[in-house]
Each structure stands twice: as structure tokens, then as C-alpha cells.
Design a protein around this ligand. Sequence first.
Ligand code: GLC
Ligand code: CA
Length: 581
Amino acid sequence: MKRKWWHDKTAYQIYPKSFLDTNGDGIGDLKGIISKLDYLKDLGIDIIWLSPVYQSPFVDQGYDISDYYKIAEEFGTMEEFDELLAETKKRGMYVLMDLVINHCSDKHEWFQRALKDPYGKYAGYFHFVKGKDGKEPSNYRSYFGGSAWEPVPGTDLYYLHMFAKEQPDLNWENPELRQEIYKMINWWLDKGLAGFRIDAIINIKKDLSFPSFEPDGPDGLASCVKMVEEVQGVGDYFEDIKKNTFEKYDAFTVAEVFNMKDDELAEFIGDDGHFSTMFDFSAHTLAQGESGWNNSRKPSLKEWRDTIFASQKRMQEVGFPANIIENHDEPRGASRFLPEYAQNEAGKKMLATTSVFLYGIPFIYQGQEIGMTNCRRNDISEYDDISTKDQYREALAAGCSREQALEYCYENSRDNARTPMQWSDKKGAGFTAGTPWLALNPNYTQINVEEQADRPDSVLTYYKKLLALKKSPEYKETFTYGRFVPDYENKDGIFAYHRISGKDTAKAGVHGTEAVDGEKDASQDILIAANYGTEPCTLKLAGRSGRVLLSNAGKEEKGTREITEAGSITLESCEAAVILQ
Ligand code: GLC
Ligand code: CA
């Protein structure tokens, strides 16, 4: 694998609307982000990904862009954006913007013009398609529910929207449209961005015959994802984008990809792949039901671990994945992946430990570093998110009680991750002096940055230690390029793996195999082990020597868990340790 500048970095996702409000309008802003750059630097962050900050009606919270060249006035000005870039540069940090190019907003000038002239040039930027027998061209259900087709007023045409009807899909078949998008991407890269997180990109290729599929729900529709899965050739678009934009700037790109065909991984993120990396969502899609939240399921601890392990093994043969616990579309990891008995500070540190050292680049989502959690609401009206409202309706239509439907929202809603950042226990959580656009999670009085900042055993302090260890000169090579090798897989509740660098990486030091004499020197073997179970567990280490580099037990700098003289370590429930072997 070719080495890249970003491989040893740690990234952090900012959801601007909920990060920090500096003018009291209840909405986070660019000034807020600028004022927290030192906080992020101190945490150990190198790369910042900003969820969309472009001009938008915010039907889908900025993922509906009405002008790609403007900053949303809610967030500030272009001058402030430039200042943000300059300030990050000063600190040796990098900025990624969110690139939303599968669709734009229905308020975008292109779409407005298309509506005015439904057979003209701008209609060709979208999918304006003639209906069939006075009905929609096909039976696609959009990702946010209901038909993916919306009538074009005054015509027998429909336009395609795979997301909300306010998010018309762009027509990538149209070379003019592609050129417009490339121009825009390069304009931003010229400003000095490090690259982009690329939104919903797998969707850009359409089967222009728009075939209908076997209905998969009581609404008689079929998920539009079927078309995405069947259509061939999306890779040609990706290559075209790369050649015309990213490649010229050596830009870093991290793609949001669901529904990739299994054998395409190398084409996507191999050495000459379409993208630098892509998010590994394997653990996140595990719980997904056939059609929605009302048939989602709870994977076992073992299933969850094994899924991550399988993905790691596959990824390391091909490229360099981007790992997350949560993001703005997912519930909080601490609420989702930790069993109830582990939903405490020890558990959150354990989850952080097993996640941060995985093979790949970690993306930490705002608030994760203090252990923010899901947020319970009493009524659907307290939710803002468009997909939450849809899933709630679906659950009721499927016969769920109101309580049950709200429970699904509590477990799955995208708003769980979108509640404002909890900076302090003061009114407004230090996020705003006004009324927050989305109600705070009431637990901000206990869980907040101010309380954790100087506390030696806080989740925040622990994250700093983890990230510092990850980039420490002695171990950086191993944590970045070391092979991922699972261990103790048959022990109940144990989540353990090695990162091994050096020559004999396939064997060195893994439990049950003895390192070959002499070769051990050439390699470094670091075991990351955690006990997600309820009972203490003793792990016999390979070889007797070993040193705990960090554990989440006790308040001491490196933790208090130790290796016995006989070469074993006992982890209590919710304990994790990083061990140099
Ligand atoms: C991506 C975004 C999500 C958005 C959707 C449509 O999945 O992460 O927030 O709703 O694309 O742009
Ligand atoms: Ca504001």
C-alpha cells in the first residue's frame, strides 16, 4: 500500500448547527468552530470534517444545498470560512467539507429554472421523466418514505428524488452538469481545503429506463436502493470526478458508501481507487431490519465484534478504512453498542479503546469524546429529523403503539447525535445563550466538557491519552500500519486484537503461537484487549513479558491494571488495556 499523509491522522466530525453558537440565535456557527480549534488540537485532532455549511433551506439539515458557492447565513460568512481555514492551517490542521452532489435543493437556481422551462437546458440537469399511464414512471420509494417521484407542475413529467422531495437528484449522465460540479469542487479545493467527505455518492448512477421492482412494503413501492444495487457502471463516474478534481490536488476523500458490490472494494479504496478511503458501516448496518426501525434487531456482542473483525481483515488486504462509532446519521455509540451495564464512563472508555486502535483512520463525532448519549423525547413533535418522522409514521402504520414507536426513535433517531454539544452545566449547556434549535439532552448537567476537562479519570481525559498514544513516536508505525490480528476469540465478552508491525507479522506474539526467536526484535506487537462481559476475565499472554501502555482502570496516568509475573492480565467487567508484548 502506498503511504499517504493522512494515514496516521485522527479526524473529527463537526455538525455545525449543534457545535457552538456565538450570537445567541440558537444555531451553531463558524465563529463557534474557530473558537474551539484549540480544544480540538488539544484533544489530538488533525483533520476536521464539517457537515454541510453551504446555503440551504435546511429541509435535510444542509444536505439540501441551494448554492454551492455560498456559506449559509445561519453559520456566518465566506470571510469567516476563510478565517477558519487560516486558523486551522496555523495549527497544522486540515479541513474537509461535505460534498453533496447526488442531489441539490429544490431552491437551487438550476432546479427553479428547470421548473420554469421543463423541457429546457436546466431540466436536463435533473431527471425529468414522463409518467406511465398517468402515474409515476416507476414504483420507487425514496429513502425518506413515499414515492421517489414528484410531479413537475403543469406537465406530465415527474422528477426523481431519492431523498426528500426538496432534494431533486442531479443527472450525472449530463456532461454539462458534470462540468458545473467539477468547477465547483475545484473552486473549493483552490481555497485550500484538504478534501471532502462525499455524501451518498453511490446513488449518482441511475438506470435511465427506471425499471419497477417487486414491491417490498405495504405501500406497494420498492426501495429505490434496488435500482442502485442493480445498475452497473457507477465507477466510471467516480473515476471521471477523481481525474477532473481530487487527483489534481492530491485531495483526501472519504466516501459515504452503502450498497457497494462486494468485489468492488479494491476499485473503491485500493491504491488507485476512486476514493482515499470510505467509512466502514458494517457494525452500523447490522441492526437494520428488512424495511425499517419497526423490524430492527439487536445484534449480540459476539456478532458485533465478529462483524468488525471480518471487516478489518478484509479492509487491510485492500486499503485503509475510516472507522466511526457514530456520526450525524447514527445514534450515539455509547447507547447503541454498550450493554446496559456498561453504559458508564468505564464502558465508554472501553469502547473508545477498542475503536481508536482499529486498522484505519478514526473519525470521532462531536460529543463522543465526552460520552454523549441518546436522548429520550416524550412526543414525536420534539423531533426535527425528516427521516425520524417518516420512520415513526411507518412504525404506527405497521401497528406499533405510540410508546413503541417512540422507543424506536429513542434507539435509532438521527437526532440522538444532533442535540447540541454539551460544553458546560450552565443554562444552554454553554452551547447557546438563546434557545437551542434542537432541545438539549437534559443530561448536559452531568455530561459536559467543563466538568471533564481537568478531571484525570474523565472520558475526555482518556480520549486525549488514547489519541496521544496512537501518535506517539514509539508506537505510531504499529498503530498506523501494523497488521490487525484478532485474539482470544473464544472467550466470552472479550474484544481483543493485536496490531503487529515488522517482519513476521502473521505470527508474532499472537496468543497460542510463540514468536520465532530473533524475529521478535524486528516487530512490535501491541495487544488491545477489553472485557465487555459482566465477569472478570483472565487472559494468558503469549510470552511473559509485557507492559501495559494504557488501561482504563483507576485514576493513575496510565491506569492501574498490571500484568502478573506469570504473564497474565485480569480484566474486570468494562476494563480495557493496551499492552506492549
Ligand atoms: C447522507 C447524509 C445524510 C443525508 C443524506 C442525503 O446519508 O449523511 O445526513 O440525509 O445523505 O443527503
Ligand atoms: Ca449562531
